[in-house]
Design a protein around this ligand. Structure first.
Ligand code: MG
Length: 221
């Protein structure tokens, strides 16, 4: 575990070059007694790189928290690009907006406050243009439902990432029936069932412990 942290710090020092405003936002989270739910700097930059490689102009994020991954994604989109990020907890939205403004990224981010399922249904009903990339990082038992709704906001080429799928190693433990584990397994089996979607998943270690994420690419139906 010590090595995981030390190696992450080494990677961070040499490769990540975390923008100052983003560091300020995580420094603030450290002063709270909230769960430290934001992605690590290396994971944030990984999302940024994916968005850049994809040349993503429209990104949907489910779960804003304090806007840390939102800001990495916003730094990746070109001028005129947009991140729409959904967050249930109003006080997180308020602080995320402050952080995003502080980072000079307010013109690229639209935060929506409410239950993600309701907000996704509204985006679908409003015939929102499909997204180039979707980052799912919210209520684990709802992942299967998020996936169904996200498919309606996708197009061939959309990249979908599902965060925090390893659950401290419990993912494949069928004896663990807690709603988080059951939700993530149903999400992964939902991806499996989508014939036009290619997927993989990676397990990760580092300052955030032992975890992982799925990566999926939507193809032609
Ligand atoms: Mg996460």
């Amino acid at each position: 575990m010590d090595n995981w942290t030390n190696n992450d710090k080494y990677i961070e020092k040499h490769l990540i070059k975390e923008p100052t405003a983003l560091k300020r936002s995580t420094d603030f989270i450290r002063t709270t007694n909230l769960p430290q739910m934001e992605v690590s700097p290396a994971q944030g930059k990984f999302l940024y790189m994916l968005a850049k490689m994809k040349n993503a102009k429209r990104i949907l994020e489910i779960g804003t928290f304090y806007g840390y991954s939102t800001m990495w994604l916003a730094k990746a989109v070109p001028k005129g690009g947009i991140i729409i990020s959904l967050e249930l907890t109003e006080r997180f939205v308020i602080k995320a907006q402050e952080n995003i403004t502080d980072a000079g990224l307010a013109n690229k981010v639209k935060l929506l406050n409410g239950d993600a399922k309701d907000l996704l249904n509204k985006l679908i009903a409003d015939k929102t243009e499909p997204f180039d990339m979707i980052f799912i990082d919210a209520h684990k038992p709802s992942y299967p439902e998020y996936l169904k709704l996200c498919m309606k906001l996708s197009k061939p080429g959309t990249l979908i990432c599902g965060d925090n799928i390893i659950l401290d190693g419990e993912l494949a433990n069928e004896a663990n029936t807690n709603p988080k584990a059951a939700g993530v397994r149903q999400f992964i089996e939902g991806l499996e069932a989508l014939e036009h979607v290619e997927s993989t998943a990676l397990q990760t270690v580092g300052i955030k412990g032992y975890d992982g994420l799925t990566l999926s690419l939507v193809g032609e139906v």
